[in-house]
Design a protein around this ligand. Structure first.
Ligand SMILES: Cc1cc2nc3c(=O)[nH]c(=O)nc-3n(C[C@H](O)[C@H](O)[C@H](O)COP(=O)(O)OP(=O)(O)OC[C@H]3O[C@@H](n4cnc5c(N)ncnc54)[C@H](O)[C@@H]3O)c2cc1C
Length: 435
């Protein structure tokens, strides 16, 4: 997505562009697959459409008209508390009736607007420290922790607030309180859509890069592995690519925008770069391993109505899965009629070792946790899984150095720049709004 987005931007600016990717199709981690009537997404499951800028971007490429909205029921979200599925409050009244926090936890949270703002916010305050300071330990355990597990397969304590959620930090700075700021509409109001939309596509999320790629009028070299990048003495850049069809071929460019994931950078030979050692700083992004299991059941096997987005598991609940999406509730064509598809996330920073389990063990682990929590009888009729040994680059304590390294490399090597989820941030809107 990052590469395509840059390419389209440059094409519109009148540049002649070549896109090179080692995969046989565009999209990177955005891959979807239809198996036995079940439609599974290996990477992102949804795109959260909050800003006018992203909506306009998708409109410009005639993509928004093909988007499908998540089922309305999906506004409802659940967490696990004391081995039960508990719904999160959706409004002011349900905040008081919901059991997701104890009365004490709710009172502590309710005190937030009256807490003083920090005069000098710690430069590298973690998301965990911020939530505990402003909203209390229980909100950290039962809201922030499962939420970060679901988005980044990580922990709030590992993420640096200003990189992961700069808006939250700004709310405290501007309004003196996160809750007050949210009531007043949050930051960047002029760019906000009246209502956030959660979207995907009829054929899964991979439709997004495929539709974007249709607008490329440039050279698109797929199944081409980049082996070397060399700065020439005349200021040009030579890229050595290898493909099955053509073997090794050199290509010359005035400029190179590298949107390869952080963990792929050391596999490339970089020649004649100034500050070459900084490539290793870029390459060090933390990527927790993650496995996604896809389980299909007959609806009648599941006693929970699956009337929501899915559930997330707080770490204090000591379970093995990070959470489960009710995929066939999210978008109804994800499973055959009268069947349900559950997508569960295993591993992450909490339990990285679980990603190394044999396939059958991973499937039965997810099956047994879902069975217990959702009241499932019998075995799944469909099972599938995907592993991401390096899943999502974290906005953690390494980020400041990484961003500085990218800036310095660009300054010192005219014509070379770095982008991609380890620089822009992993959520899809960050990868898209680069132009
Ligand atoms: C499991 C998972 C779930 C996610 N869920 C969500 C979600 O629900 N919502 C959301 O907004 N975001 C989500 N994300 C994040 C988001 O999907 C990614 O951050 C984003 O798609 C990354 O795009 P990218 O172009 O930066 O990187 P990538 O998609 O990783 O693309 C990098 C490309 O570089 C190519 N490449 C690597 N090395 C070479 C080489 N040597 N030569 C040539 N090509 C090379 C690869 O083939 C790949 O195509 C999720 C990510 C994951 C992994």
């Amino acid at each position: 997505m990052s590469g395509l987005s840059h390419a389209l931007g440059r094409q519109e600016a009148g540049d002649e562009v070549t896109v090179i990717d080692r995969q046989s199709q565009v999209g990177g981690v955005l891959q979807s697959n239809k198996i036995d009537g079940y439609l599974v997404d290996y990477g992102a499951n949804t795109l959260s459409l909050r800003s006018k800028k992203i909506a306009d971007y998708l409109k410009k490429y005639n993509i928004l008209e093909h988007a499908i909205d998540a089922n309305l029921e999906c506004a409802k979200r659940f967490i696990v508390k004391q081995n039960k599925i508990v719904s999160l409050p959706q409004g002011f009244i349900s905040f008081f009736t919901s059991s997701f926090l104890s009365i004490r936890g709710k009172l502590r949270l309710g005190m937030e607007p009256f807490l003083p703002r920090l005069k000098n916010n710690p430069e590298d305050e973690s998301m965990g420290a911020f939530v505990k300071r402003r909203l209390g330990q229980e909100a950290l355990d039962y809201a922030a922790n499962p939420f970060i597990g679901g988005i980044y397969a990580s922990r709030p304590e590992s993420l640096i607030l200003k990189h992961a959620f700069p808006n939250l930090q700004q709310l405290e700075e501007k309004y003196g309180s996160v809750l007050k700021g949210m009531v007043k509409g949050g930051m960047n109001q002029e760019d906000k859509l009246p209502k956030t939309r959660l979207i995907s596509f009829e054929n899964g999320m991979h439709e997004l890069p495929h539709r974007l790629a249709k607008h490329l009028q440039c050279e698109l070299l797929l199944s081409c592995n980049i082996l070397e990048v060399k700065r020439e003495s005349n200021g040009l850049w030579t890229i050595l690519v290898e493909s099955k069809e053509k073997g090794r071929v050199e290509k010359k460019f005035d400029e190179v925008i590298c949107t390869l994931p952080s963990h792929c950078l050391p596999k490339i030979k970089w020649h004649n770069l100034d500050e070459n050692h900084l490539i290793h700083v870029l390459a060090e992004a933390t990527h927790p391993p993650l496995a996604l299991t896809f389980l299909g059941y007959k609806k009648e096997q599941i006693s929970h109505p699956l009337d929501g987005f899915g559930f997330l598991v707080p770490e204090v609940e000591k379970r093995k899965i990070l959470g489960t999406l009710f995929s066939s509730t999210l978008f109804s064509n994800r499973a055959p009629k009268q069947k349900a598809l559950l997508t569960s996330f295993v591993g992450g920073e909490r339990n990285p070792e679980l990603c190394g389990l044999p396939d059958d063990d991973l499937i039965s682990l997810a099956d047994s946790e879902n069975r217990e929590l959702l009241g499932i009888q019998g075995k799944p009729e469909f099972t599938h899984l995907v592993r991401w040994p390096k899943s999502i680059p974290l906005p953690d304590h390494l980020t400041t150095k990484r961003l500085e390294a990218a800036t310095l490399l660009k300054q010192k090597n005219i014509g070379l720049s770095f982008s991609g989820s380890h620089i822009s941030g992993a959520p899809l809107p960050n990868c898209l709004s680069v132009t």
